[in-house]
Design a protein around this ligand. Structure first.
Ligand code: ADP
Ligand code: MG
Length: 247
């Protein structure tokens, strides 16, 4: 197997008396979707926060493409190729789809927003933005204000914002949340194609999507990984069924 793009080793995070993540270790390899599942409060978002740099781990390390990023800032990690989407939407409603993605690119490049120069004239922002929109099947919606989009399309724009930064690894926190069966199936297809370009660490409650998409699954319960394996192994694991699948 080739080297892991992202390597988490023994990540620990405590909030007061609560051990939110406990010795969590997992790897993300090129070309794969690694799903992280677990009940509410299991520590999934806390783990994403530690990887992205919003939360400082109490112990453990995070290595991206061979480089230890554990003590780097959110912005430094993003520049080194850590892409993420947010659970809560941060899109600018009145602006077009294209403009939203361009702003995401511009933010990463560390430029302040230049009001005197229309951002849409800037090719350096437009090219990666349009490429990302194409991957998320949104080329036809590029000039549509975000306010006019369906919920599913917004989710696609959020992924496009992360993609436009050309990440080495993508962290997605519940991208299917709130989507109907059709939206969820569409996003599933898009992610299935995307993983060959960028490996994805996927947090998702939609188990149909997880079992269809994930090459590997780690199950987090009360901050610790209780099981790890491919879809078939996780489906069959009695401990997982009891703790999570409701048997
Ligand atoms: P998940 O994403 O798996 O639902 P979270 O990572 O959001 O779980 O939360 C894990 C646990 O940590 C929960 O019990 C939650 O209440 C707690 N928690 C999360 N963030 C904080 C925080 N900033 N301060 C205190 N407790 C927190
Ligand atoms: Mg969460």
């Amino acid at each position: 197997m080739s080297d892991a793009v992202l390597k988490l080793a023994n990540l620990n995070k405590r909030f007061g008396a609560l051990q939110a993540t406990r010795d969590v270790s997992l790897d993300l390899y090129p070309g794969e979707i690694h799903a992280l599942i677990g009940p509410n409060g299991a520590g999934k978002s806390t783990l994403i926060g530690q990887i992205a740099g919003n939360l400082k781990p109490d112990a453990g390390s995070i290595v991206l493409a061979g480089r230890d990023i554990t003590s780097l800032s959110v912005a430094q990690r993003a520049r080194l190729g850590l892409g993420r989407s947010f659970q809560v939407s941060s899109l600018a409603e009145p602006l077009t789809v294209k403009r939203n993605v361009m702003i995401a690119v511009q933010a990463l490049q560390g430029h302040s927003f230049r009001f005197w120069k229309p951002v849409h004239r800037d090719e350096r922002l437009l090219v990666p933005a349009m490429e990302a929109l194409e991957r998320m099947a949104l080329t036809q919606r590029a000039d549509t204000p975000v306010a006019e989009l369906s919920h599913g399309e917004r989710r696609q724009v959020e992924v496009a914002c992360a993609l436009a930064l050309k990440p080495r690894a993508l962290l997605l926190d519940e991208p299917m949340a709130g989507l109907g069966p059709e939206g969820s199936a569409h996003l599933t297809e898009l992610l299935e194609a995307l993983k060959h370009e960028v490996p994805i660490l996927l947090i998702e409650h939609d188990m149909d999507a997880v079992f269809r998409l994930a090459d590997r699954i780690s199950v987090l319960v009360a901050g610790g990984v209780i099981a790890h394996g491919d879809s078939a192994a996780i489906r069959a694991n009695p401990q997982v069924r009891e703790a999570y699948l409701g048997d």
